[in-house]
Design a protein around this ligand. Structure first.
Ligand SMILES: *[C@@H]1O[C@H](CO)[C@@H](O)[C@H](O)[C@H]1NC(C)=O
Ligand SMILES: *[C@@H]1O[C@H](CO)[C@@H](O)[C@H](O)[C@H]1NC(C)=O
Ligand SMILES: *[C@@H]1O[C@H](CO)[C@@H](O)[C@H](O)[C@H]1NC(C)=O
Length: 300
């Protein structure tokens, strides 16, 4: 599977398997117990998903003042959601208010690319694998701008979750700061290498431009939209037209057959009628002849 998809999926799953603190708004808490869940890497605090802790000693859970997701976890439909942060700022995992994005080299929360400020040349380096060209690896902001052959940073995270069958399964997400998707960070060389194109040999997802390695070959990811080739359009159109023409021809032929059968019926009727007429005339004339002969005989 492509690793960005897996990344999003695991974010989603770790919200599902939320074991956030249970302290309600107003309850005591301490920020010193903040940590990431060891298997899902979800941010955990003493407070529930609706609040954040105000202090490390004798803190209180207070309602969150910002959210980072359009539809944040833990809120019911009737709840009033805290606002999203304006562009240039971000809402930290705690939800304790919008902060200004930080420059490369500064700390960010795990995998929160949106906490990093965008580069001046972000259009050149932006891809679906980073946030406007910025990426958070090992909790440090950087630009995903490493070029071919230069040293790169690789971040390898294993997520563990419980599958639908109740069995735990792991997902390894490997991210790096090479220009994506045409480059990736070599796992042993730790320099940016060229990504492999569709159909090339590969050992893991990251090596492929599509970030999807199936049975040793780079493949299109499963969510790729189906591209219909022009010849397939042409063939479909021809089949439709062909079917229409065939239907018309068949109807015409059937109609012609019917007309022919009707014509034959009428002709037979006509012939029968005329032969009947003819035989009646013959009968009449034969009768007349007989009568005449009889009369002649009687007269004689
Ligand atoms: C925290 O609360 C305890 C008990 O109420 C109190 O003794 C302590 O001084 C408080 N600590 C701080 C730093 O306020
Ligand atoms: C990438 O960005 C960093 C941080 O601004 C900069 O120091 C470095 O020179 C850039 N590298 C390239 C190849 O542009
Ligand atoms: C990533 O971590 C897993 C488990 O710790 C390990 O098996 C794998 O070899 C690592 N991959 C890289 C590229 O470091």
């Amino acid at each position: 599977m492509p690793y960005w998809t897996l990344h999003t999926l695991s974010l989603f799953l770790w919200f599902l398997q939320s074991d956030a603190g249970s302290a309600a708004i107003g309850d005591p808490c301490s920020t010193s117990r903040h940590h990431l869940d060891s298997s899902t890497h979800k941010f955990i605090s003493d407070c529930s998903d609706l609040g954040y802790c105000s202090g490390s000693v004798n803190g209180t859970c207070v309602a969150r003042t910002c959210r980072r997701d359009q539809f944040p976890f833990g809120y019911s439909p009737s709840d009033t959601l805290p606002p999203l942060c304006p562009s240039g700022s971000f809402c930290p995992d705690e939800g304790n208010g919008c902060k200004i994005q930080v420059d490369p080299g500064s700390a960010c929360q795990m995998n929160r690319d949106e906490q990093c400020a965008r580069a001046l040349n972000w259009q050149e380096i932006s891809s679906t694998e980073n946030f406007y060209g910025s990426i958070c690896l090992h909790s440090v902001c950087m630009y995903a701008n490493a070029t071919l052959g230069t040293a790169c940073v690789i971040d390898n995270t294993t997520y563990t979750d419980i599958g639908l069958d109740g069995q735990p399964y792991t997902t390894v997400v490997i991210r790096d700061n090479c220009r994506s998707p045409y480059l990736h960070c070599g796992q042993t060389s730790l320099v940016c290498e060229e990504s492999r194109s569709l159909g090339s040999l590969c050992q893991n997802d990251q090596e492929c431009e599509q970030r999807n390695c199936v049975a040793g070959l780079c493949m299109e990811p499963p969510e790729t939209p189906l591209h219909v080739a022009p010849w397939q359009y042409a063939l479909t159109a021809m089949c439709i037209i062909g079917a229409m023409v065939a239907t018309c021809l068949m109807l015409t032929l059937v109609h012609k057959r019917h007309r022919l059968a009707r014509y034959r019926e009428l002709r037979e009727y006509y012939l029968e009628q005329s032969s009947l007429r003819r035989s009646m005339i013959e009968m009449h004339s034969a009768a007349a002849t007989v009568t005449m002969t009889d009369t002649k005989q009687k007269l004689c």
